[in-house]
Design a binder for this molecule. Sequence first.
Ligand SMILES: NC(=O)c1ccc[n+]([C@@H]2O[C@H](COP(=O)([O-])OP(=O)(O)OC[C@H]3O[C@@H](n4cnc5c(N)ncnc54)[C@H](O)[C@@H]3O)[C@@H](O)[C@H]2O)c1
Length: 442
Amino acid sequence: MPGTLIGMVGASPQKVAVFGAGYVGLVTGACLASLGHRVIVRDVLADRIEALRRGDVPIYEPGLDELIAGNAERLRFTTDVAEAIEGADIVYIAVGTPPTYSGDADLSAVWTVVDELPQIERRTVVVMKSTVPVGTGEKVRHRLDERGLQHVGYASNPEFTAEGTAIRDFLGPDRIVIGSFRDEDGEAVEALHGGVDGPVVRCDVASAEMIKLAANAALMTRISFINEIANVCEATGADVVRVAEGIGLDRRIGPAFLRAGIGFGGSCFPKDSLALKQLAANSGYHFQLLNAVIEVNELQKRRVIGKLHSHLGPLRGKTVTLLGLAFKPHTDDIREAPSLVLAGRLLAEGADVRSWDPVVDGTALHGVEIADSPEAAAAGADALVLVTEWPQLADVDWVAVGATMRNRLLIDGRNMLDPETLRSAGFVYEGIGRGPGTGGGS
Ligand SMILES: NC(=O)c1ccc[n+]([C@@H]2O[C@H](COP(=O)([O-])OP(=O)(O)OC[C@H]3O[C@@H](n4cnc5c(N)ncnc54)[C@H](O)[C@@H]3O)[C@@H](O)[C@H]2O)c1
């Protein structure tokens, strides 16, 4: 797929600076270069920039290595602000906005970028890609004005790509949202996307900021909704897989994001839900539904521990293997991943924790033994917990794996595997929301 994306010139070429060489900045930079623009990506991490200059891409995102290599003539990397800004028509801000201790978004990296912009003489548009609270654009606008940069435009162009499919999402988006104070700034951002096939939503800056937060909240609400239905299914003997299929066929509902599991994680949903909750609270509004969505998700991650207890009793001295560490397949991102919560809880209960993941370097998980295959991770274990639905797990020989285990128990946290296959391999199988007698229980 990525081979077809290299050098597809669609828009009139512009010079673009991207601040932040993370998941979003690199995908944005590489995709814009593939559209024919001249792009320079700036990061404060010298090691990261050095690696990118050598052709080593510091994150795992399918197709990104090839896209960067294939567009090398239009894509440069620097740590130097002046070099990045020199001649830029558009300046993207794609730095991290992690949560503070209170749950509010930490905008310090955003403010650093705004404050380190030099006295730009030419007409340039600063475009916010980072996810920020509603009202941030207005504050940035004021700051630019205070610094004598009234001629510099400002637009909000939030990112909706999902890790694992980010390049496809960027170049074939469901929509491109562009909020601006002045029409010409929005037009400049829209023109940059020439060659990208997707509807464009043009609006004011505050609405663009809210669209991003509200879209994430809607997706999280669906996940927590189906997870609660799953929990009621467990208590009543229904099978959530069939239930989701049955409700998802209703055109008013649709099938997406109705897969029950052990909760959402990642670098966006958890922090963006907290940021929206705090944004509402700071404005005097108690966002009751969102609070429930967050709480359901926290409890959902921990339900696996209860399932392990019910089969194994106390976990001290038991070996539990986590299959998958990434918050979802096709990424190496473990920020806020359910695996972190599970590993922490299991270690706290005295269990020996092992894990396997095809791309995550698990060294950050202190006390967790890392194996290089699902088979090696499972040998001698008392239980397996499928945490991330990596496609490799569909090809595992469960009969052979079961024969090496001390106890054949598998908790399928993503309802990925066929219960019958596991059961006939001698496993006690338990999914999420698949009560006994529904094909999913033990
Ligand atoms: N990861 C996703 O899939 C995704 C999707 C949609 C939106 N977002 C949002 O996009 C933003 C970026 O997310 P990410 O996952 O790419 O973050 P990231 O942590 O992977 O990357 C951020 C990068 O910005 C760099 N940086 C910090 N200060 C800088 C500065 N002054 N100048 C230049 N670079 C600087 C950091 O060193 C880091 O490399 C966040 O607001 C996030 O919520 C992320």
